[in-house]
Every structure is written in structure tokens, then in C-alpha cells.
Design a protein around this ligand. Structure first.
Ligand code: KIV
Ligand code: ZN
Length: 510
């Protein structure tokens, strides 16, 4: 029989404490609801003593969460425990998560105590917490660097005093998988009452071992894994739960465990968290990165078209991704081009694949990425050349009375005619520029992403703008780099509009 692995999410506590700016109550509720929808077993909602805002957020989260267990962190200090219990008091069942350093380093240099005093503090706190709930988790902070003898001693005494979940954190992400699993198996060997508690792990990622350590720990007997979706958390972060969950699912035959997570919610949840926490997900991030299921080389694309399993160990659908399009670049093979044409509804009788692929490679070398409308044009329009842009920026200037109230004067060449537009905006310059250009071109697109990044080139700091927009169910990309971020923004919008205009011309001809 497979054993269940309990998933404990600390995005709102360990994750939040690592953000550049803290989240407000509404944002935390939104994240908590997404976690609950994913069926997370335990949601660590916060550290109520840390601020009145955090206290209120925990209180509000408790009003909304119905199925997951809500948990709050508390030091082994009377007021922490009372405040944590008070924040969750509206619930019939909640968990208090106590923590205290157990390594020599933490005991002596941080807490200025000895091991006996630590044990006494722990027991006193458990007795107080038990007045509010029978669901107590205790974290032996810095367990990864705690002597195994001391760890066994304290774990035994914590269980004897009624702690239901013992957490073994690798607080500083120092251990490596076989070392960490040894700590867990030693506890199982040496602590006589270990069967009366769930052993949990909480691994940090300082050496990139958090997920590996967590998996090795469940193989040694741990039954709860703590982490965060996307892996955010103190310093290099916590174990990325999406990786943990999908490892348990993908390697279930080997590991023999299961989680009750609705894995089809993973992608959506990661999007919500990345948006609210303002953290971008690296494109190559396992499971949720935009390249995680993308196949680029011709050989791989061909292999996947023949049988996805050739290069996919799990399905993108398992995490809730609907459809994966191959990136069509000059690395793509004939099979990928044929496949994309098929997806657009064309059979090989409609066009000549050999000729299309030849033209595709020439254009892909020039343009970088090929879109559906390029393919259609290459396949069906005899003389193909990339036309000059139909929309060109001639001039732009601004006058503003205050930060939020700006007049934008824009001059563009559109279809060889100069157009001038004056727009007054209260909604920021980017929106104003979009409005002015919409007035001229009559094109209304949906802005999906607008990203400004600073890059250093030849000792200059440049602003690189990347935009993703949606027009008539097609996705368009625009980008531009300049020393002037306003210019980079306008040119990227113009870039998008030129791509849309090309797309419209092609649609008309076909
Ligand atoms: O990393 C850690 O040790 C913690 C504890 C509070 C569990 O975050
Ligand atoms: Zn932590």
C-alpha cells in the first residue's frame, strides 16, 4: 500500500518573509484560496506575533479556508503562542507551529542557553499550546546541524509531551541527500516513541538540495514535506512543492507514495503566486517554467510528435497546461512545421512541405521566431519578402501638470502618411501611448505582459522592454532595447502593432 505524504505549504510564512515587499491581507487570502483549491493539507498562514497586519491576515484567512488545516508559527514564547491561538480562534481545528533552535551553534550563540534550558523551554511552550489545540507541530530549528544524540533526545521528549508533528528543518540548506536521509533514519532507529508522531521535513535550498533532501527524507520515513509553490522562501528558498509533488507522482512506482494534491491546479497556482508576489519564474524552472515542456531542437520536436514519451516524463496536462505549442525557430525540423500546419487545419495536399520548410529556415534565421501567420504566408503567398514596417515612430513628447496627468504628443508614419495624435492620460504613459496608437491604427489588442528589465551593455545601462499581447486569439511579441525606457516602451508597442498588421495582411490574402 502506498503511504500518503502530507503537503505543508509555507508560501505565506517562509515564502512571504523573503519578499521585497510584504503582502496585504487580500493578496494573502487569494494565495490561501489557490492553495486550498490545490488541496494542500496544511497552510501555514503566517507568524501572527510578527505584525498586526500578519495577525489580521491570519484571522481573515481562517474565515475563508474550509478544508485545509490552517497553521501559525510561534516562537517558544508565551505571547507568541497566545497571539497565534487568538488569530486562529474562530476555527474549530488549527495547528500551532512552535520552533526553537537545537544546534549547538543556535543554542549557544543565538539563544545564549544550554541544551537543558532549551528542552525546558520547549516543554513549557508545548504545555501552553496544548491549552488551545491538540494539533502541535514542533520544529527543531537547524536540525540539519544538530548533533544526532541531542536531536534524538529532544524528539523523544517532544513526542512524550504530546507533539503530533515533529519537523526536522535543514534551516540553512547545508546537508546533502544521503546525509539528510541518514538523520531521519537514525531518528526512526533510536527514538522509541517515534511511531506516535509524523516526521516532517523543511529543507532550504542554499546548495540547491531542498527537493532532493525532501525526497530522500520520505524514503527514510518522513511523511510530511514543507515547502512553497515556486520555491520562494528565506535566502535561496524552500523546497519547491510543485517539484516535490510531481516527483512523487511521476516516480510513484519507485517511491510508492502519493499526495492528495490536485496537480492540475499547480500551474494556475504558480501563476497566481508569481503575480501576487511579483517574482518571475525562470523559463527553465522545473515543472512551471515556460520552457519546462517546450521542445526546441528538430530532433526532439520530431521525437515528441511521434510519441510524446520520447522526451516527456510527464504530461503538461498533469499540471494544468492546456496546449503546448512548439517554438518554431531555425532549430525546428520539418516535422514541427508540418505538425503546426496540421494544427492550423492544413493537410500536406494544401501546400508543398519541402518548399515551405526551405523558406521557413531562411525566414527563421532572419526573424528568430516564426509565428502561425508567417507560416501561412510562406505556404500560400508566392512572392514572399518581409515588408518594411508599416508603422514607424517619428516623434514623441510629453507635457505633464502632475505625475499622473500627462499630455502625449505622438507622430508616426502609418501607411506612408504622417499621423499626429495628442492624448491626455491619467493612467500612465504606457496606457496613453497605447491609446494614441489605437486611435491611429484602429487596432485594439490585449496586453498580457509588459516587462522592463535593465541590462548593461558597453558600460551603458539599457532598458529592455518585452511585451506579450493577444489579438484575435493569436499571441504577439514585441521587444525593444534603448537607453530611454519610454522609447523602448513605445517601440515595443509599435513592434507588436507591426506584427499584427502583417498578420492582418496575410489573413486578407489567404
Ligand atoms: O527554516 C526553518 O528552520 C524554519 C522553521 C521556522 C521551521 O523556517
Ligand atoms: Zn524555513
Amino acid at each position: 500500500m502506498k503511504d500518503k505524504i502530507i503537503i505543508f505549504d509555507t508560501t505565506l510564512r517562509d515564502g512571504e518573509q523573503s519578499l521585497q515587499s510584504s503582502l496585504n491581507t487580500q493578496e494573502k487570502i487569494e494565495i490561501a484560496l489557490a492553495l486550498e483549491k490545490m488541496n494542500v493539507d496544511i497552510i501555514e498562514a503566517g507568524f501572527p506575533i510578527s505584525s498586526p497586519g500578519d495577525f489580521k491576515s491570519v484571522q481573515e484567512i481562517c474565515k475563508k479556508i474550509k478544508n485545509s488545516t490552517v497553521c501559525s508559527l510561534a516562537r517558544c514564547i508565551e505571547k507568541d503562542i497566545k497571539i497565534a491561538a487568538q488569530a486562529m480562534s474562530k476555527l474549530n481545528h488549527f495547528r500551532i507551529h512552535l520552533f526553537l533552535g537545537t544546534s549547538k551553534l543556535h543554542i549557544e550563540s543565538k539563544l545564549k542557553k544550554n541544551f537543558q534550558e532549551i528542552q525546558d523551554m520547549a516543554i513549557k511552550s508545548i504545555q501552553l499550546a496544548k491549552k488551545y489545540t491538540d494539533d502541535i507541530e514542533f520544529s527543531c530549528e537547524d536540525a540539519g546541524r544538530t548533533s544526532i544524540d541531542n536531536l534524538c533526545l529532544i524528539v523523544e521528549s517532544l513526542i512524550k509531551n504530546g507533539v503530533k508533528t515533529i519537523n526536522i528543518p535543514d534551516t540553512v540548506g547545508y546537508t546533502i541527500p544521503n546525509e539528510f536521509s541518514k538523520i531521519i533514519s537514525e531518528l526512526f532507529k533510536r527514538v522509541p516513541n517515534i511511531d506516535q508522531a509524523i516526521i516532517s521535513v523543511h529543507c532550504h535550498n542554499d546548495l540547491g538540495m531542498a527537493v532532493g533532501n525532501s525526497i530522500s527524507a520520505i524514503q527514510a520515513g518522513a511523511r510530511q514535506i514543507e515547502g512553497t509553490i515556486t520555491g520562494i522562501g528565506e535566502r535561496a528558498g524552500n523546497a519547491a512543492l510543485e517539484e516535490v509533488i510531481m516527483t512523487i507522482k511521476t516516480r510513484q512506482k519507485m517511491l510508492n507514495f502519493f499526495t492528495e494534491i490536485k496537480h492540475k491546479e499547480i500551474y494556475q497556482t504558480s501563476k497566481i503566486i508569481s503575480k501576487i508576489c511579483n517574482i518571475s519564474i525562470p523559463i527553465n524552472k522545473a515543472i512551471i517554467g515556460s520552457n519546462a515542456f517546450a521542445h526546441s531542437s528538430g530532433i526532439h520536436q520530431d521525437g515528441v510528435i511521434k510519441n510524446r514519451k520520447n522526451y516527456e516524463i510527464m504530461s503538461p496536462k498533469d499540471i494544468g497546461l492546456k496546449k503546448i505549442k512548439f517554438n518554431l525557430t531555425s532549430r525546428s525540423g520539418r516535422a514541427a512545421v508540418k505538425n503546426r500546419m496540421q494544427e492550423m487545419g492544413y493537410t500536406e495536399k494544401d501546400y508543398n512541405l519541402k518548399k515551405l520548410y526551405k523558406k521557413f529556415l531562411i525566414l527563421a534565421d532572419k526573424k528568430g521566431q516564426i509565428f502561425d501567420y508567417d507560416l501561412q504566408k510562406l505556404a500560400f503567398i508566392k512572392k514572399y519578402s518581409i515588408k518594411k514596417n508599416t508603422l514607424v515612430l517619428k516623434n514623441i513628447s510629453f507635457s505633464s501638470k502632475s505625475v499622473n496627468k500627462t499630455n502625449i504628443y505622438i507622430q508616426v508614419l502609418y501607411n506612408a502618411i504622417t499621423h499626429k495624435s495628442k492624448i491626455y492620460t491619467k493612467n500612465g504613459i504606457i496606457y496613453g501611448i497605447y491609446k494614441a496608437l489605437k486611435k491611429i491604427t484602429k487596432i485594439k489588442f490585449l496586453l498580457k505582459k509588459f516587462k522592463i528589465k535593465s541590462i548593461k551593455k558597453n558600460k551603458k545601462i539599457l532598458g529592455k522592454v518585452n511585451i506579450i499581447a493577444k489579438y484575435k486569439n493569436e499571441i504577439f511579441y514585441g521587444n525593444y532595447t534603448s537607453q530611454d525606457i519610454i522609447q523602448a516602451s513605445v517601440e515595443s508597442i509599435i513592434n507588436i502593432l507591426n506584427n499584427i498588421l502583417k498578420f492582418k495582411q496575410i489573413k486578407k490574402k489567404i
